[in-house]
Design a protein around this ligand. Structure first.
Ligand code: X8Z
Ligand code: ZN
Length: 609
């Protein structure tokens, strides 16, 4: 997270990234001429300054992320404050060229500079310092949070696993409630942070921070918001069926007193702390009459996989496509396991520390199916970072942030039974027959379809917080209204405004915009369908793997190499032939399951109003 590090995007501030100590001052100081020539000079100087700053910022952020203590917090706070101050200065300077006609390349870079902060501050050192004190405090509270559970101190990574395996509703409720209590003290800081960042956004000519986030997609913010609505409209029917199906199974498992047959689903019963991914419920969700297929967690455990071999296996998928191996320093410097003796940010991220070769992953890997997916996800970031490294600094980024999130997930969609046989994890006679297709799709749907309304809720809430529709006295109430409206879920016990439940999710406590994941879940199926077409695959889409296909690899890398140099539709077209994001690929993938769920849900009162 942070600057150059992973998605330059996960940074609590910059979407762009880069620095080293205060270097060059842009040649065109505020108030100077605004000609095409001065714009070109300004952009060149800004690019040089940011490139220099970013390595220093990234290394400080890395130390903090892998060793949270008083001193690393101190360092991060100052580094963040300086980074914000510098970027606000550059963004504000970029704003002076708004009405000036510029060559396309210069125009693109000026626009990227104007949008390069996730959380802007008003100009000057004081506001930036206050903002970074708050964001660092929120980040540390989240990552060092623990709860007292069954007489033990338990951290979030273990809790996440327990939420997926525990089936006692009292215990689930206890874990859920205790973890959400960790976020309660964030509330006041969060409200102050919103004030400062909104003022910063207004100073840069945006209505608020949310509008600034939505302006990052090569189209006006309101147009982008309508795009999101359109995509959700394409996929919402799938979620409604899945919700209905899952609720019936939960009702059968837990009884009316815990999960009624109608209305919203109790949020702590869905096998995940945030109800964003229901795959751990698979044993309960198996289609009627279907036999259990293999369990990836069990395969990995039985085969004696370790965090390192899981990472090597993920790397092998990328190299099978013709991409280069990760550098030795990746293996020397990455953090792949939770250290026993110190606090770290366990939430997974991928880093590019120097825009040259210092790529790393930070993930507290556990030996299970979810983490196997996640390590493919993280390496996707690293391979993207490497592919666009030759671009000018401001173009060293994803085509948009959803592309960055979609690369590794697209690769993970290729983890089919056939592929698992090929890498020796599954025996050929364990490959599920065609009659098990619905089971396989169900497992995928529990991870992918369930996620969509969660992702929407995350940023719907923040857009409304930033534009003032949600005021601090309604933070929690509004959060649960949105959770109910989109996801059809309800908390296991009464919530009130002494709590701050949104802060119990990493990306809110750490200010990582979340629309990117919604877009990624749509895009990854577009990439997958296109790749399988290129490979000449003719069977059911979900059985396709492009493992070992260097032609697909080459075309995919060509898209990745473009980075942010062109508007994203150009990048999408380069690989898929279409210029639109479209839920159709995901819908086609899940169509056979849809038919099954509709049949299964017949006679049920679906929905939750
Ligand atoms: O945050 C992540 C990645 C790092 S970019 C592990 N994801 C989202 C989440 O965990 O909420 C991946 C899926 C959604
Ligand atoms: Zn990611």
């Amino acid at each position: 997270m942070l600057a150059k590090p992973i998605l330059k995007m996960a940074a609590s501030w910059i979407a762009i990234a880069a620095f080293a100590a205060c270097a060059t001052t842009p040649t065109n100081g505020a108030g100077g001429a605004t000609t095409p020539d001065s714009a070109a000079a300004f952009v060149a100087a800004a690019e040089a300054e940011l490139a220099e700053r970013s390595e220093r910022e990234a290394r400080i952020a890395w130390i903090y992320n892998t060793y949270i203590n008083f001193d690393t917090e101190w360092l991060l706070q100052r580094s963040d404050a300086e980074a914000t101050e510098a970027r606000v200065r550059l963004a504000s300077e970029a704003g002076r060229y708004a009405g000036v006609e510029l060559p396309a390349d210069v125009r693109r870079k000026v626009d990227l500079l104007r949008l390069s902060l996730v959380l802007p501050a008003p100009q000057g050192a004081e506001a930036a310092a206050e903002l970074s004190r708050i964001t660092t405090a929120l980040a540390s509270r989240y990552s060092t949070g623990t709860i007292d559970y069954q007489g033990r101190e338990v951290a979030l990574d273990e809790l996440e696993t327990l939420m997926g395996t525990e089936r006692n509703p009292q215990r689930l409720q206890e874990m859920w409630t205790e973890w959400h209590a960790v976020a309660a003290p964030m509330r006041t800081d969060y409200a102050r942070m919103v004030e400062i960042a909104n003022q910063g956004a207004r100073d840069l000519g945006f209505e608020d921070v949310g509008q600034m986030w939505l302006s990052n997609y090569d189209m006006p913010a309101d147009e982008m918001e309508r795009e999101v609505e359109r995509l959700w409209g394409q996929l919402e029917p799938f979620y409604e069926e899945l919700h209905c199906y899952a609720r019936a199974r939960l009702n059968a498992q837990y009884g009316d007193a815990v999960q009624p047959e109608t209305g919203p689903i109790r949020a702590d019963l869905l096998g995940n702390m945030w109800a964003q991914d229901w795959s751990t419920l698979m044993p309960m969700m198996r289609p009627r009459g279907a036999r259990a297929t293999y369990d990836t967690t069990e395969l990995l455990t039985r085969a004696g996989y370790t965090p390192v071999t899981m990472t090597e296996t993920a790397e092998r998928f990328y190299t099978s496509l013709g991409l280069a191996e990760l550098p030795d320093t990746f293996w020397e410097r990455s953090l792949l396991e939770r250290p026993r003796d110190r606090d770290v940010v366990c939430h997974a991220s991928a880093w590019d520390l120097d825009s040259r070769e210092d790529l790393r992953v930070k993930q507290c890997i556990q030996i299970n199916a979810e983490h196997f997916q996640t390590i493919h996800h993280e390496l996707g970031h690293n391979y993207y970072q490497r592919a666009y490294m030759a671009q000018p600094y401001l173009y060293q980024n994803g085509a948009h942030d959803g592309f960055h999130e979609a690369i590794g997930d697209f690769i993970a969609l290729n983890i089919t039974p056939e592929y698992l046989v090929e890498i020796g994890l599954l025996r050929r006679n364990q490959v599920p027959a065609a009659s098990a297709d619905i089971s396989l799709l169900m497992e995928q749907a529990l991870g992918k379809i369930s996620f969509l309304p969660f992702a929407l809720t995350m940023d719907q809430w923040r857009w409304q917080v930033f534009d003032g529709r949600i005021t601090p006295d309604r933070y929690n109430a509004a959060w649960w209204e949105l959770r109910e409206r989109y996801q059809g879920i309800a908390p296991p016990n009464a919530r009130d405004e002494t709590m701050f439940d949104p802060g119990a999710k990493y990306h809110i406590a750490n200010n990582v915009p979340y629309l990117r994941y919604f877009l990624s879940y749509v895009l990854q199926f577009q990439f997958y369908e296109a790749a399988c077409q290129q490979a000449g695959w003719e069977g059911p889409l979900h059985r396709c793997t492009v493992y070992g296909n260097t032609e697909v690899g080459q075309r995919f890398n060509a898209m990745m190499e473009m980075g942010a140099s062109r508007p994203w539709p150009d990048a999408l077209e380069a690989f898929t032939g279409t210029r639109q994001m479209d839920g159709g690929a995901m819908a086609r993938y899940f169509q056979p399951l849809m038919a099954y769920m509709e049949e299964e849900n017949e006679g049920q009162e679906c929905g939750w109003d």
